[in-house]
Write a protein that binds this ligand. Sequence first.
Ligand SMILES: C[S@@+](CC[C@H](N)C(=O)[O-])C[C@H]1O[C@@H](n2cnc3c(N)ncnc32)[C@H](O)[C@@H]1O
Length: 249
Amino acid sequence: MSGTVYLIGAGPGAPDLLTVRAARLLGEAEIVFHDALVPAEILALAPRATCIPVGKRCGRYATAQRFINKQLADAARKHRVVVRLKGGDPMLFGRAQEEIGYLRSQGVEVEVVPGVTAALAASAELAVSLTQRGRSRSVAFVTPRVGGGEAPSNWLQATLAADTAVIYMGAGDAAAISASLIAAGKPAHTPVAIVASVSLPEAHTVYGTLAEMPQLVGRVRGAPVLMLIGEIYGRALAKAVQQERCAIG
Ligand SMILES: C[S@@+](CC[C@H](N)C(=O)[O-])C[C@H]1O[C@@H](n2cnc3c(N)ncnc32)[C@H](O)[C@@H]1O
C-alpha cells in the first residue's frame, strides 16, 4: 500500500470556512493527523478516520516535527488517504515544507490543499481590506518567533517596509515588538488591531496604537491572537475611541 498524504488547511476555526475539497478529502480519510487548534466540528467531517492530535509545544519543535514526519510516512504505507490537517493555510507558518521534503524523500505522494489563513479571516471579520488604493500597497506576514538553532528573523525590516503588517505568533512578545518598531522609527501612534479567535463565535477585537500594543494584548479576550499594524486601521480605531468616550460620558 502506498497512499497519498494530503496537507490540508483547516482554516481559522469556523468549519464552514473549510474548502469543499478539504471537506471531501476528510470524508475519504482513513487517518487524520491534526494540529491542536483544529475544532471537533471539523474532525467530525472525517467519520471513517482515526484522528491523532500532533500539536506541538514551544521548545520541543525539532523532535516533535521529526516524529510527525515519520508518523505520516508510516501511515502512507498502510492507508490510501492520509490527511495532515493544519490550522489556517498549511503553507504559512505551518512547517509544511519540512513535511513535504521528508515525505518526498521517502517516496510518498503529497498534495497540498490550501486553507484560509488567519490574516485573511481577520480582514474579513474587521471588514478592513489589507490593500487599499493609495493607502496600502504592500502587506507583510511576519513572525518574530525563531526556533532553536535557526537564523534570526528579519521581521522588523519586513514590518517597517510594508504599508500593513500582520504579526503571527507574536502576542507573548508584544512589549518587545512594540518597543523595537518604535525604536526603529515606526510612529508610536500607528493604529493596530489585535484580534483573538478569528472566525469563531467568541472572536474579540481591540484597537489602539503601536505604543499601547502590550496593554491591548492584555485586554483582548481569548487565543490565538493576531496583531495587525497599519494606517488602514485608523478609521476603526477612531470609531472605537469615540464609542469608548460615549460609554464613559
Ligand atoms: C503556527 S501559526 C499557524 C498559522 C496558520 N498556518 C495560518 O495560516 O493561519 C499560529 C498563529 O496563527 C495565528 N492564528 C491562527 N488562527 C488564528 C485565529 N483563529 N485567530 C487569531 N489568530 C490566529 C496566531 O497568531 C497563532 O499564534
